[in-house]
Design a binder for this molecule. Structure first.
Ligand code: TRP
Length: 422
């Protein structure tokens, strides 16, 4: 009999472990979310008048809660805003960290929306014992550069450090949330207990508060605006809690949209993590470093010998370079071609790796170039709470929609198997 998810896989904001590979459908059920299906992807395109992102179409942002409610509000002409964040635990971000930010930038353009980004120097101080508070704060600013480099609209984006900002209307909402949150709730949702520090136990209230627009008097002037939170799925428990509390406090329940985890180089079904000693690609890596990592470390589903590969073909499901192509090679036809040829053993592992290196290096190189242009002054601007924020929304002409079979979402078959093999 199939084992229940709890026995094989653990997904919390602090730990993702699995012995079987992550079963994302089970995770959706565990968190009481919904899969993003083709109909929803189509509706997204229709309402925003922006082509659906490959990550929506390919089931990488695969799960949501009330995304349709955010779309309803947007369709009625109401303002919505986006909230995401980053726990600054390392000097350089890795590619997996970028996925939510690249997608949030896309959503900012699609919804013409304000983005609020919380840099949680306090959180990382509580949860990473080796990190001093000042160092966490320094890393928050260092990481802010990487976030800005994703191309966020300066007049519609506020990035803030918790350590420097909590107070005023944000603190007021944190206090309201803390008052509604019992220790038992924290233990039940996060598995924290009385051995944890009070900082850790109270932490979830700090991450939940920015999902309510009244936290940001400086941006929203007290208006009650619907929030959409893009994130990797391990962060969802915070927003399950935020939604529960919203009801009690009379706030709007935030909508959410969750991604899978970008795999580490060694293992196609785990999660890239810079702290777990796994091999990952950093945004600061050189072309040589990326080439070496992919050639030597990326797990291959190809045959062990050329002969075996030609006879049996590749197992795409465990092939890490192929999984990276799923994320970063936008051209659907080319991806499908590689899937077919590689599986049939006509394309060699070295060719797929070469393609993966090219595609990844493109993303990293562009990022490095953009990051170089982010001066201290620009960082100060993005973090300045006192300026005016542009909440206007431009009219958009209808677009020509993608074809229906391109809108598959969660049910997208990443391996392009012929129908009879499914
Ligand atoms: N806890 C997140 C991290 O460790 C940072 C974070 C804060 C966040 N607020 C968020 C992530 C909202 C997603 C959405 O990186």
């Amino acid at each position: 009999m199939e084992k229940p998810l709890e026995e094989t896989t653990k997904v919390t904001p602090w730990e993702v472990t699995t012995t079987t590979g992550i079963d994302y459908l089970k995770l959706i059920h565990q968190f009481a979310c919904q899969p993003i299906d083709g109909a929803l992807v189509r509706r997204f395109e229709k309402v925003t008048k922006v082509k659906a992102h490959p990550w929506l179409r390919r089931g990488i942002f695969f799960s949501h809660k009330d995304l349709n409610v955010a779309l309803d509000a947007f369709e009625r002409g109401e303002e919505i805003y986006l909230y995401t964040g980053r726990g600054p635990s390392s000097e350089s971000l890795h590619l997996g960290h970028m996925v939510p930010f690249m997608f949030t930038k896309y959503l900012q353009d699609a919804f013409d929306a304000i983005v609020i980004c919380q840099m949680t120097d306090d959180e990382k101080f509580y949860f990473k014992p080796t990190l001093s508070l000042d160092e966490a704060n320094r890393l928050a600013k260092e990481n802010t550069r990487d976030i800005i480099a994703c191309g966020f609209n300066p007049n519609k984006t506020w990035i803030f450090s918790n350590l420097e900002t909590v107070g005023g209307s944000l603190y007021k909402n944190i206090v309201l949330i803390m008052n509604q949150t019992s220790g038992n709730m924290i233990r039940g949702i996060y598995g924290l207990d009385l051995n944890n520090s009070v900082g850790q136990i109270s932490w979830p209230c700090f991450q939940a508060a920015p999902a309510f627009s009244t936290s940001f008097q400086n941006v929203f002037k007290g208006d009650n605006i619907h929030c959409l939170v893009p994130m990797a799925i391990d962060q969802y428990p915070y927003f399950r809690m935020a939604r529960e509390i919203a009801e009690k406090l009379g706030f709007k329940k935030p909508s959410t949209i969750q991604s899978r985890f970008l795999p580490s180089l060694e293992e196609a079904h785990g999660k890239a993590s810079s702290t777990g000693g796994k091999e990952v690609i950093f945004l600061s890596d050189s072309h040589e470093a990326i080439t070496k990592k992919i050639r030597e470390k990326a797990f291959s589903g190809g045959g062990l010998t050329k002969q075996e590969h030609i006879e049996k073909g590749a197992n795409l499901a465990v092939d890490v370079p192929y999984h990276y192509l799923l994320y970063f090679l936008d051209d659907d036809a080319e991806l499908k071609h590689i899937a077919h040829e590689y599986r049939a053993g006509r394309m060699m592992t070295s060719e797929v790796k070469k393609k993966a290196i090219e595609v990844i290096w493109n993303v990293v190189r562009e990022h490095q170039e953009a990051r170089k242009l982010v001066t201290d002054e620009i960082v100060r601007f993005f973090m300045d709470p006192t300026r005016t924020f542009d909440r206007s929304r431009q009219k958009r002409e209808p677009i020509e929609h993608l074809q229906e079979e391109q809108h598959i979402g969660f049910h997208f078959d990443p391996y392009f198997l012929p129908k009879e093999n499914k």
